[in-house]
Design a binder for this molecule. Structure first.
Ligand code: IVH
Length: 673
């Protein structure tokens, strides 16, 4: 047990720190520490205050809900206060939560709603007679900021409720957030314009929501999911789950991951299964929220200080961790781009060991003031490459143990000069495909799953055949014999055999894959597919001029220029002819045959569940090739939901919205009609 004097001093420090971070987080949108670190400080303060109740003060951050409202926006008082949630950091914490609920309610097992804890910003929407009349941030829980004009620009926020409209006042609570893909896109744009780049989707959402000009907010990819109500006139459903259904019927987005569960074991199962999906989701969640489902039971349980007794946030491991940046390496990419990469003291971030993280480019290193030897925050978000977010206490860095980074002037692989054109952020090796690093990366891209899909031809193997001169361009891959593959280190007879089969199989491809595989700068999968669909013919693409290319959807002058430049290289034509001569082929264009009158053209599909005859990716490809759209979620705009085995909640949603549901064989018929 700490002495009282020690505890008092530590409590004081913690309170000051937490107040400082509250301000950074709630008012300035520029947190200096990750949420996990904040939670740690908060938990330490709570523990000390529990141990020394005589030191508890009414103005302690543990007794408040959040930050103070800022002055840039008008203050609005919420009709019913916006509470916050107690955190559970371990299964034991959840077991204790459930035990207390069972004891207080005097029941054997409690029914809960389990739902994702969205990592965005809480907002309160106010409706009168079904019409949106205001929107506010949470602020300190009692009073928030009026952000009505900005919230109105968010598509997912209904301006007028659908269906049986509730009379009088209704407060709807939910989270405004930015998808990961939207965040990536937006940050890229911001960086290109030289504007503020955000550390994570949450900060980006916060910054976007608190713009003084709603036009700026409108251009940001924000969305909202609703998870509850505040004040509500008229009759309430009996349970939280039923309330969510009602919100959905009024036109709010409600998470598709919400489940009704019974007992603590089911809560923990839900936590584990959502945890497994976490990386694959296009939005960030920092945990799971369990809420006692029955409103009657919620009322019996009531509140303590800032949080309800009937709910708890079960946190996931943090996406950010601290570690030492040991060195900075440089990597040469497919187009010669030289990327600095942080070599880290290995650290586990949300279940994955991270030992390298991208630093993007030289300017980024300067902007973040990163030195070799610094202590840094590292972030791993989903499939995105880990990133160094910021330096911890750069002012306190020990200059005898740290040093600044300088970009090499020569390519570390081939020795050719490195140039960084005026006004560009990226430095490049000037050697083109004579640089083995560039060649190797091009071949890896060519062989990758979404390109030619050559199974078994991984990074190491490609590096090896390039390094020992067996392969000078992608076409050479098809000339390496089984015996030659077999002689390579760690390649058994079996692997060599399989590789030759995979190479042979890859010769049968699609035009879209082939165009993508060429690795034309700026031409990703989507553009490759559009080009293939629109023209259906490689020759047309090879010989198009910039103006013709720009008529293609999503192709602007920059990409058009890159495509023209790629095909201006005689070497590239030679390799393509070589590949065609080696037998690479694709089916005749679908468009000329049937796209225009295909039954699926222009329709929006959602695929759910496991398909038998084809994978979901294959079905998607077939639909896209015929001019259909494929979306990840069901909405009123969906034309068809294709339901395979174990379809899950998307099927329920389709039924609720009256969307036509197709079986896999019905899809097959549509595709071949
Ligand atoms: S319910 C009284 N449900 O977490 C309960 N909150 O610490 C009020 N949050 O301010 C909140 N996902 O920003 C609830 N499914 C969810 C949530 C959620 C994210 C956030 C919200 C709130 C904070 C509570």
């Amino acid at each position: 047990m700490t002495t009282k004097a020690d505890a008092a001093a530590r409590i004081e420090t913690l309170r000051a720190e937490i107040r400082h971070h509250d301000r950074q987080y709630y008012e300035l949108d520029t947190p200096e520490i990750p949420d996990s670190e904040y939670d740690r400080l908060f938990a330490e303060l709570q523990a000390l205050e529990r141990e020394h109740p005589e030191l508890l003060a009414p103005d302690s951050p543990t007794q408040r809900v959040g930050g103070q409202a800022d002055t840039a926006f008008a203050a609005v008082r919420h009709i019913e206060p916006m509470r916050s949630l107690a955190n559970a950091f371990s299964e034991q914490d959840v077991i204790d939560f459930d035990r207390r609920n069972r004891e207080r309610l005097g029941v054997e097992a409690v029914a809960y709603t389990a739902e994702p804890k969205f990592d965005g910003l809480a907002v309160n929407l106010r409706y009168r007679d079904g019409v949106l009349i205001g929107a506010a941030t949470r602020g300190d829980g009692e009073t928030g900021e009026d952000i009505t004009a900005n919230v109105r620009t968010i598509d997912a926020v209904p301006k007028r409720l659908e269906g049986e409209t509730p009379a009088g006042i209704l407060e709807v609570r939910g989270e405004v957030y930015m998808t990961r893909s939207g965040f990536e896109r937006m940050n890229k744009l911001q960086a290109e314009k030289g504007d503020k780049v955000f550390a994570n989707p949450r900060n980006a959402a916060a910054g976007s929501l608190r713009q003084l000009d709603p036009e700026i907010t409108k251009a940001r990819p924000l969305t909202m999911v609703s998870y509850g109500v505040g004040a509500m006139e008229g009759e309430r459903p009996g349970s939280h789950f039923a309330l969510l259904e009602r919100l959905r019927s009024w036109g709010f987005r409600v998470s598709e991951e919400v489940r009704q569960v019974r007992g603590v074991d089911s809560c923990l199962d839900y936590y584990r299964s959502l945890g497994e999906k976490r990386d694959a989701l296009d939005f960030e969640i920092d945990g799971v929220v369990y809420k006692v489902d029955s409103f009657e039971d919620q009322a019996k349980l009531g509140f303590v200080a800032r949080a309800p007794r009937w709910a708890v946030a079960h946190k996931f491991p943090a996406l950010e961790k601290r570690t030492t940046l040991l060195d900075i390496d440089v990597q040469v990419g497919r187009t010669g781009a030289i990327t600095p990469v942080a070599i880290l003291d290995p650290v586990e971030v949300a279940g994955v060991m991270v030992s390298r993280a991208t630093l993007h480019n030289e300017d980024e290193i300067r902007r973040k003031d990163i030195h070799i030897g610094d202590m840094v925050w590292v972030r791993r978000a989903g499939d995105v490459i880990p990133e160094v977010v910021s330096v911890i206490d750069p002012d306190k860095r020990d200059t005898s143990r740290t040093r600044a980074f300088t970009m090499p002037t020569e390519c570390p692989v081939c020795g050719a000069p490195v140039v960084r054109p005026e006004g560009e952020a990226v430095a490049r090796c000037t050697a083109g495909l004579t640089c083995k690093a560039q060649l190797s990366a091009s071949i890896q891209h060519f062989a990758s799953r979404r390109a030619m899909d050559i199974e078994g031809l991984g990074e190491k193997l490609v590096d090896l055949v390039v390094a020992n001169g067996m392969v000078g361009d992608v076409a050479d891959l098809y000339r390496v014999t089984e015996a030659q593959w077999g002689e390579l280190p760690r390649m058994g007879k079996r692997s060599a055999e399989n590789l030759v089969v995979a190479l042979e199989r890859s010769k049968e491809t699609t035009l879209a894959r082939f165009i993508y595989a060429l690795g034309i700068p700026g031409v990703g999968e989507v553009t490759a597919r559009t080009l293939a669909n629109e023209w259906g013919d490689l020759d047309a693409v090879r010989h198009a001029d910039g103006e013709t290319l720009e008529r293609v959807q999503d192709v602007g002058p920059i990409i058009a220029g890159q495509i023209v430049a790629f095909f201006a290289e005689a070497h590239n034509h030679a390799v393509i002819d070589d590949l065609l001569a080696l037998g690479i082929h694709w089916p005749a264009p679908v468009k000329a045959a049937s796209t225009d009158d295909s039954l699926v053209t222009g329709k929006t599909f959602v695929l759910t569940g496991t398909l038998e005859a084809m994978t979901r990716d294959e079905a998607k490809e077939a639909l896209l090739a015929r001019g259909a759209k494929v979306s990840g979620s069901v909405s009123k705009k969906t034309d068809y939901v294709v339901a395979g085995r174990d379809p899950g909640s998307k099927l329920d949603k389709a039924t609720a919205l009256g969307v036509t549901v197709l079986s896999e064989s019905e899809l097959g018929e549509l595709l071949t009609s």
